[in-house]
Write a protein that binds this ligand. Structure first.
Ligand code: PLP
Length: 473
């Protein structure tokens, strides 16, 4: 057995309940402390006792730091762990793409020095537009016309005509008065949330909300609370208990990135309205994927006019890089001037603005892409269910396969890589112990043949990992 590099992690098993504060279960934010459900039992959560390099995850380093290990020692031991993993061909990270991110592409793996031609199930390129000729050409033309960088912050002189054009397209897509772009989706949430709330205000976020929402909320002086995943009744209780807060901001996602489930948006809108709270909907994964025009979950549920702020990224369906917020012009204009992540950071390059703008045009002119994306999602989801994998109940282009341990996750991911199927693995602390999973994402460009081949590789790896029966066909 390999040395346990962070031995403290062996002796301090984590609780299988969600603690109220000073949470070691770092994936999960604190719940309201005066609630009956503060020690909510998490389904599928098991105590975590890593005892070898096979079980090692970043959580062990975080815990060692919390327990007083100095940064120099932690960094050295972490490096040793990475070296051990790499020498055994077990590092799941730092793959290099050698071709455009597409349904099938070449990937370089340092551990076996191989360029592999892989079926790509690890990209959020949902509409398959990152290599679309119109999108690529738009980026090239923008570079020729405006150069490669913005050279300034958006409010100063970092805005180009193509930036303004993209903002109008985004506002139109979201049926909003105005839009403002940022250099990334992460920066959007951080800037939007931290600019809107102050001391005496309240932010309530779905417990599975993206890290960028939590970081934005924690940057402000506002009170920050979680509500139980997709539970409008719990949201109602949290808002009722904090009714004295000034500005109240509720943050949810249009398609949750780890489970691939949709929000109960109609009910959440009602609760937010009743409490006079602003509602922010992060459509990072749902823009382009949901809604008849690709407008996202708000369009899908017919509640566009009830969302105060639509946040999104340009890096998934829109095939580029950057983020955006849309809403009424007063709020968006306020954010433009007060969001520190926009004010103190360079504006996105004209190339990425042009690529996203062209991607929106292609999304509208080629609606069959969204149809294919959903056909592919239904096919893979039903195949995995039929084989007996534990996966989501809801169908979406994000399909989790629950593996349940770090060791199993490594084994399965590496076996799939050996068989040229590229998947993402999601360890603790991103998800709870026992919820370690492969995360598959589908695109419109996958062919049925590629998906059949990928499902067969997943079946065999699932049998080897003991997740499904050998007789499953
Ligand atoms: C829900 C959500 N919000 C925001 C982001 C950040 O977007 P970006 O990659 O553009 O920084 C992501 C990225 O995965 C996300 O899943």
């Amino acid at each position: 057995m390999a040395t346990a590099l962070f031995p403290s992690s062996n002796t301090v098993p984590l609780s299988n309940t969600v603690p109220v504060s000073n949470s070691e279960e770092t994936w999960l934010p604190d719940f309201e402390s005066n609630e009956d459900d503060t020690t909510l039992e998490m389904e599928g959560t098991t105590p975590h006792v890593p005892d070898a390099i096979d079980d090692f995850s970043l959580a062990d380093v975080m815990r060692a730091r919390d327990q007083g290990m100095g940064i120099r020692q932690a960094a050295r031991q972490f490096q040793e762990a990475v070296t051990q993993l790499e020498s055994r061909g077990m590092n799941l990270y730092r793959r290099t793409l050698l071709d455009p991110s597409d349904a099938q592409t070449r990937v370089y793996y340092s551990h076996d020095s191989h360029n592999r031609e892989m079926i790509m199930l690890a990209s959020n390129n949902y509409l398959g537009l990152t290599n679309h000729p119109r999108v690529v050409r738009a980026a090239q033309q923008a570079a020729e016309q405006y150069g490669t960088g913005s050279g300034s912050a958006p409010l100063l002189v970092g805005t180009f005509p193509i930036t303004r054009r993209l903002e109008s397209q985004l506002a139109e897509l979201k049926h909003s008065e105005e839009a403002c772009v940022f250099a990334s989706g992460y920066q959007t949430n951080v800037g939007v949330i931290s600019s809107l709330v102050r001391k005496d205000d309240l932010v309530v976020i779905d417990q599975l909300g993206h890290a960028s929402m939590w970081d934005g909320a924690n940057m402000s002086d506002a009170k920050v609370r979680a509500f139980k995943h997709n539970d409008p009744e719990h949201l109602d209780r949290v808002l009722t208990r904090n009714h004295q807060a000034g500005t109240k901001l509720v943050c949810v996602e249009g398609l949750y990135s780890m489970d691939g489930d949709l929000p109960r948006l109609r009910e959440i809108c009602k609760v937010a309205r009743r409490h006079g709270a602003l509602l922010l909907l992060d459509e990072a994964h749902s823009t382009g994927v949901l809604g008849a025009n690709g407008g996202g979950a708000a369009e899908h549920f017919g509640v566009e006019d009830q969302i105060d702020l639509h946040v999104g990224t340009l890096s998934k369906s829109l095939a580029s890089c950057g983020g955006f917020v849309t809403g009424d012009s007063d709020l968006v204009n306020y954010i433009r001037y007060f969001a520190r992540s926009a004010m103190f950071s360079a504006a996105p390059s004209p190339m990425v603005m042009a690529a996203a703008s062209a991607a929106i045009e292609v999304m509208h002119s080629e609606p069959a892409r969204r149809t294919r994306l959903w056909e592919n999602s239904h096919f893979v989801h039903s195949e995995l269910k039929r084989l007996g994998f534990e996966t989501s109940d809801e169908v979406s282009p994000i399909i989790p396969i629950i593996v349940g341990s770090m060791r199993g996750l490594r084994q399965m991911t590496l076996e799939l890589h050996e068989n040229n199927v590229c998947v993402n693995s999601v360890p603790y602390p991103v998800v709870p112990h026992g919820g370690e999973r492969l995360r598959i994402s589908l695109t419109a460009n996958h062919t049925r043949e590629q998906l059949v081949q990928a499902v067969e590789a997943i079946r065999i790896a699932g049998v080897h990992a003991g997740l499904i029966s050998a007789s499953a066909r």
